[in-house]
Structures are given as C-alpha cells and as structure tokens.
Design a binder for this molecule. Sequence first.
Ligand SMILES: Nc1ncnc2c1ncn2[C@@H]1O[C@H](COP(=O)(O)OP(=O)(O)OP(=O)(O)O)[C@@H](O)[C@H]1O
Ligand SMILES: [Mg+2]
Length: 366
Amino acid sequence: MILKSLILRNFRSYAAENFSFHERINLIYGDNAQGKTNLLEAIHLLLMQKPFKQVRFGELVSFGSTECRIKGEVESEAGLDEVHVHLRGEKKTITLNGKIVYRTSRIVGRYNVVSFLPSDIELVKGSPQGRRRYLDALICSLEPAHLRDLKLYHRSLLQRNAVLAKASGLTPGMLEVWDEKLAETGSLVVSRRLRYIEKILPHLRRIYRLTSGDDADVGIHYRSSAALTDDLAEGFRKELAARFEKDRRRGHTTFGPHRDLVGFTIRGNDASLFASQGESKNLALALKSSEIDLVRDLLGKTPVLLLDDVTSELDERRKGFLFSLLDEFSGQIFITSTTLGEIRLRGEMRVFHIRAGRAEQRHVRQ
Ligand SMILES: Nc1ncnc2c1ncn2[C@@H]1O[C@H](COP(=O)(O)OP(=O)(O)OP(=O)(O)O)[C@@H](O)[C@H]1O
Ligand SMILES: [Mg+2]
C-alpha cells in the first residue's frame, strides 16, 4: 500500500498544507519543533484511525481552531481509496470513499503501518500495561476480530463490576451470567495473545541476534492468574468462582486479561529491570522490525513504515543495521531527521523540508 497524497487542515502546527508523497522514501527534515512528528502523527491517524500515542483528539486540533481535517489518497489491494478524518472536539468522523464509516471495525486492518518512535524503548522499560496495550494493538491490526473480543470482554467486565459494586447480599449465582461471558471472551483474548507471542518470538530472536551481535536469548513471558491450560475458558470459570469472596470484598473483578502481565527477558532476566539502555533500544528495534515480518507473513502485505527521529537513538552499528533493513524493504517509508545527511538511504526519494508547519518539497535522487 502507498499513501499517495495528504491534505492537512488545522492539524496541530499545520494550518493548511498539501503533500504529494513518493512511493518509496519520504525524508522529512527540519529543525526541532517545526512539525515533523506532527506529520507522522497525521499519517498514523489517517491509516490506523488512532494517533500513535495516547492523546485526546482535542489536542490534535490546531490551537484556536474547533475542528481539523486530514484527507489522503491510499492505494492498496482494495484499490484507490480516499480517506478523510474529521475531528471536532473529541468526536472523530471517518469517511471512506465518500461514505461515513459508522463502525471503526469496518476500516481497522485495511491498511498496515509499523512505526518506530523514540518512545518505543518504553515497551521494554515501561509499565506492563503499556506492553499489554501494545500487544493487543498489534494483534488488532493483524486480526481485527481481536478488537471485537476485547470490546465484548470490557463490556462484560464493566457490567460484572457494576454488580459487585452495588449488590448487597450478593451470591455467586448473581454473577453467573457475567462470569460465563468473561470466561468466553477473556479466554479468546488470552489465547490470541499467547498465539501471537509464539508468532513474534522467532522473528524477535533472529533480529535481536543479528543486530546486537551477541547470542543472548530473548524471551517474552505472559503471566496470568488463571492456569494457562488447553481449556482456558474452564480455567477462567474456576478462577472467577474461586475469587468470588475477594471480588465481593474489593467491589471489582480482580482477575482477567485486563490484569495479565507481558514482559521481555534477555538471558532469562526481566528486561524491564535489568536490560541496559542499549539492550533496551535494541530489543525495541527488533520488536518493531518483527512487526514488518508478521504483516508480510500473515497478511501477505507490505506495511508503511513511519520512523520518527530514530537515528538519534542509535549507535553507529545499529544505524548501519537499520539502514540496511530499510534498503531491503520494498514498501513506502516516512522518516524524520533534524539533519539531512544523517539518513543514509539508497535510491530515489522525496525530501520535505518542514519549517513552522509549512513543507517545501524537493525531489532527490541519490
Ligand atoms: N494543537 C496544536 N496546535 C498548534 N500547534 C501545535 C499543536 N500541538 C503541537 N503543536 C506545536 O507543534 C510543534 C511540535 O511539532 P513536532 O513535534 O512535529 O516537532 P518536530 O519537528 O518533530 O520537532 P523535534 O525535532 O523536536 O522532534 C510544537 O512547537 C508545538 O507547539
Ligand atoms: Mg519530533
């Protein structure tokens, strides 16, 4: 897939700007605080229907404006699409080829994006919730049914919690219907997480070895309070029943995929506690590179790559690896940098010089 063009109106630092992109490499350069990351954020929002970090939609609208528009032409297996995202306050409206998309699930998974952000290191060093959220978002992009199951799970969880919070004289029977729903959807969520960890792991191990130059074994661990046996749903039912007293006292559900922990290990040690800065960057880079392979293997598609300020995070060795990976990659790339010479990519590219929310486009052959 290729993002051919983009129109921004009142999106963050862009009052009005139009872009026509190269089908391979788009280099976005400029000084700090000029709008490079904002441009990648707009592309992510357009293609993935959500920003790449957790922000309120209102923050994306230019200061002093009440609404913003992002419009793009996307060429994919599905044909040439015109996609339009309109934000007004916290309300988001997506239009695909002139028709409003009322259910986001209709468009989720239509396009694939892999983004490399300076904050990726948080996936290794940050909270287990961040890793769980990342894993779920990755699965949703590869298998949209996951989004439906997560929503169903959370709806049942809210309802079970509401009963726990209110009811006096509560008996296990009063929770039965919600226990069943949680066991059903929760086991689907967990089994998919486990399945995708298995799929990621060989890629992660191979790429980590290749880029770190050492043989350190990396792992991904998943911790749940339910027994992770073949019959997950049954394990869930048992665990929910066993925790009835505790949940009743606490007034909420103390067990389930919303509390499970995901972590990485290097040489068997918990990476969030023991990995060095360099190892963490390496692991995050390997994880993101694995995503490209997963999209290719599982969907037979080539994702669009968004790389924000990646070189400043990496030493020469890792930069070398990243650029050789990008040289081999056949899809479309958007890469930002504060220095033009820093991006050592071969082939034809279009260069965008960003200054105060305006872009000057130049064609460059290297
Ligand atoms: N809602 C908004 N309305 C107007 N301007 C905004 C809005 N949100 C952010 N900005 C401005 O956008 C600028 C930052 O843009 P961006 O993060 O894209 O910079 P950058 O070019 O990536 O810089 P760096 O090289 O430091 O990463 C800031 O000056 C910020 O004030
Ligand atoms: Mg930036």
